[in-house]
Design a protein around this ligand. Structure first.
Ligand code: FAD
Length: 421
């Protein structure tokens, strides 16, 4: 079976590795960028995502490239602790939680794809534009642009995995309309700064309230990653939604952080010292009514872009990839596999998208209002309950994850879908 994957991001590359692990080896990944460069900043991979990468044989590489996250702690704007909990192995999971530079993770996955599927398995500089199901052959025709050759390109496959991110061109072509991106009016600013370790050296902290908050965690090589979130200032222009590459001045951002200089971490200095920062108006999409179009399946942000609360954007893309590859190896025929994938993933991820919208607004407002009234214990109880429910929803409550069967298909098991329908 020929499988084409649109997008060599976290989801597309994990899909290629998962298919290969299950014996589906005729896989080509098309990537619009001319090369895979280390763009983006940090990501957090909770144990449900780490388990999948470990089962793909990437445990050692993750340990090298990432930093184990041992605790998550919430602080109020005065730097007073509201609530903390252990994370990863310290929380009883069989797998660690890692903080990692997104570029390093993408690089690690791309390297594994090239080693396992061949040096030409990823075709960079190829921007796909359309995917058309061909009734007569039960195949899919992809068209786009070969940016190196400055020419059009065509490619046929039995199955297309659409993993081209939040502004997916193929999703919109298949649906026959542009999927609108939603925003809650908040903007996130991302950066990383060379700075001394803080707290345990393996802590992820969330500091602030409903007016402004920052998430900070180490990502290795002496770098502390930060993500500052603020409502859009009425005087600033609305910038493009879904563009990860808009640069801003870290010094200007730090101006609003004058009070956030704590003995355990000088947040103002941390932000001011970053060599560069990126602005990203917070964007997601409404849960989609449909992921499957003939022999094309949406995956990752193309299927369920979500607000970045709860470290689940990359994690849910990784899980999509594993579930889809498992279904293709165990169901009889492509159509049955795609239906199974849709059943297992579409509504589950819709719940995470909705929960993330809720976390972005009302949860933070409630917790902050309790903290302002010095009711830190009540705020802690609220956060504990929110985190407990969220882990269940997103598939990483300790017992469920530790006991759930693997999505790996044992070696030698014949891929049921390997012949096209
Ligand atoms: C440049 C960049 C920086 C990011 N930085 C962060 C960050 O700092 N923090 C964070 O939480 N998340 C970040 N993300 C998003 C994060 O990676 C995703 O939310 C998550 O990993 C889900 O992965 P995905 O594979 O679905 O999408 P992505 O990781 O976004 O991957 C999509 C891939 O498809 C490629 N692509 C797009 N259009 C086409 C096309 N027409 N044809 C072929 N290829 C195409 C893109 O170049 C990209 O490589 C970033 C994404 C990008 C693209």
């Amino acid at each position: 079976m020929d499988i084409a994957i649109a997008g060599a991001g976290i989801g597309g590359l994990t899909a290629a590795l998962s298919l290969h692990a299950n014996g589906l080896r005729q896989v080509t990944v098309f990537e619009a960028a001319r090369e895979i460069r280390q763009v983006g900043v940090g990501l957090n991979l909770p144990p449900h995502a780490v388990r999948e990468l470990v089962e793909l044989g990437l445990g050692e590489q993750l340990e090298q490239a990432g930093v184990r996250t041992a605790e998550l702690a919430y602080y109020d704007p005065a730097g007073k602790l509201i609530w903390a909990e252990p994370r990863g192995i310290d929380a009883g999971y069989r797998w660690p939680q890692y903080s990692i530079h997104r570029g390093k993770l993408q690089d690690m996955l791309a390297q594994a794809v090239r080693e396992r599927l061949g040096q030409n398995a990823i075709r960079t500089g190829t921007r796909l534009a359309t995917a058309t199901n061909i009734a007569a052959s039960n195949r899919v025709l992809l068209t786009g642009e070969d940016l190196q050759a400055n020419a059009g390109m065509r490619f046929e496959a039995d199955l297309v995995i659409v993993a081209d991110g939040i502004r997916s061109a193929l999703r919109d072509h298949l649906a026959g309309q542009v999927t609108p991106l939603a925003t809650n009016g908040w903007v996130m600013y991302r950066g990383s700064t060379r700075a001394a370790p803080f707290l345990s050296g393996h802590s992820m902290v969330i500091v602030g309230d409903e007016h402004q908050r920052i998430v900070v965690y180490p990502i290795g090589d002496g770098m502390q990653n930060w993500l500052l979130v603020r409502p859009r200032d009425a005087s600033t222009q609305v910038t493009e939604l879904g563009n990860w590459n808009l640069e801003v001045s870290p010094r200007k951002l730090a101006e609003g952080l004058g009070d956030w200089r704590f003995a355990w971490l000088d947040i103002q200095q941390l932000v001011a010292d970053a060599p560069i920062a990126w602005e990203y108006p917070m964007a997601d999409i409404d849960p989609l009514p449909r992921w499957i179009y003939g022999h094309c399946a949406l995956l990752g942000d193309a299927a369920h872009a979500m607000y970045p609360f709860g470290s689940n954007g990359a994690s849910q893309a990784i899980i999509d990839a594993r579930v889809l590859a498992h279904a293709l190896a165990t169901e009889s025929g492509i159509d049955a596999a795609l239906q199974s994938y849709d059943r297992q993933r579409r509504l589950a991820t819709a719940q995470v998208q909705t929960a993330n919208r809720h976390q972005a607004g009302d949860v933070m407002a409630k917790v902050s209002s309790l903290a302002r009234r010095a009711a830190h214990a009540d705020a802690a109880t609220e956060l504990l309950e929110v985190e407990r429910r969220y882990k269940q929803l997103a598939g990483f409550d300790v017992d469920t994850l530790n006991q759930r069967a693997s999505w790996s298909v044992p070696p030698g098991a014949a891929p049921a879908s390997s012949a096209p329908d």
